[in-house]
Ligand binder design. Sequence first.
Ligand code: ZN
Length: 296
Amino acid sequence: MKICPQCDARYDSPEWVCPSCGATPPLADGYPALAIEFANAGDGFNPEYFAQLAGLEKGNFWFQSRNRLILMLLRRHAPALTSFMEIGCGTGFVLSNIASEYPAAALMGAEIFSTGLAHAARRVPSAKFIQMDARNIPFEAQFDALGAFDVIEHIEEDEAVLAQINKALKPGGIMLLTVPQHPALWSKQDEKACHVRRYTAAELESKVTAAGFEILDSGSFVSLLLPLMWLSRSMANRDSNTEHDAMAELRIGKLMNMTLKAVMSVEMMLTRIGVRFPAGGSRFLVARKVPISKVE
Ligand SMILES: [Zn+2]
């Protein structure tokens, strides 16, 4: 069900026209804008990165490996999903992979910056897109599964976002998250990327549980590359004179990218057979919306 941003009425319709009050959201870059006051603001993520990102992510070891992980977890925990929403869909790189795996599913991409939506819509013509604020998701009991991949670390009110995701899921629905891990790895790269925090496993898991979920899986990834990552970050922190660029880590040579991809392949293989690493640059988490009767 959609939730009317004007009068809070719940309604089922493919269109964004509230049957109670007649309100229809304005458009931003041609997409329904549920939080238009943020559509073009740079609060949390620089929209200019979308254009750069779209070019970089396709061959990049990190985005490819994360995509493999996401599909692996969806196949395992939501094999029959018929509806999926991605919060912070960016350029649609993840959503396009999900579209090829689940061609019959109703897909929705949401992004706070409407500039990202045009990229995404070109990549995933079958999906619907909206501009919205993750702290105020205009859906209730709508989706089988919902993903936010490297999103909630950008948002001060992450607990509110998790509660909104819970509300937007059908009972028993599946949430998939990836976040940067280990506060000790905090560096200028995090500042440039407008992160608010890096998570510990305990912090993420307790916030997810408090939002009405039961955790099905939670593990580290980018584990085998952790020593390399730590080295690169501590060098970047020490060297304060150079200009740091959130994209710099992604602009790597072909040979290096192939090597890193091979290492990540081994890690993904181990993760698939159930190995969970004690540490890693990122954390993934899969959780299920607990039926209301089970929540205290
Ligand atoms: Zn209304």
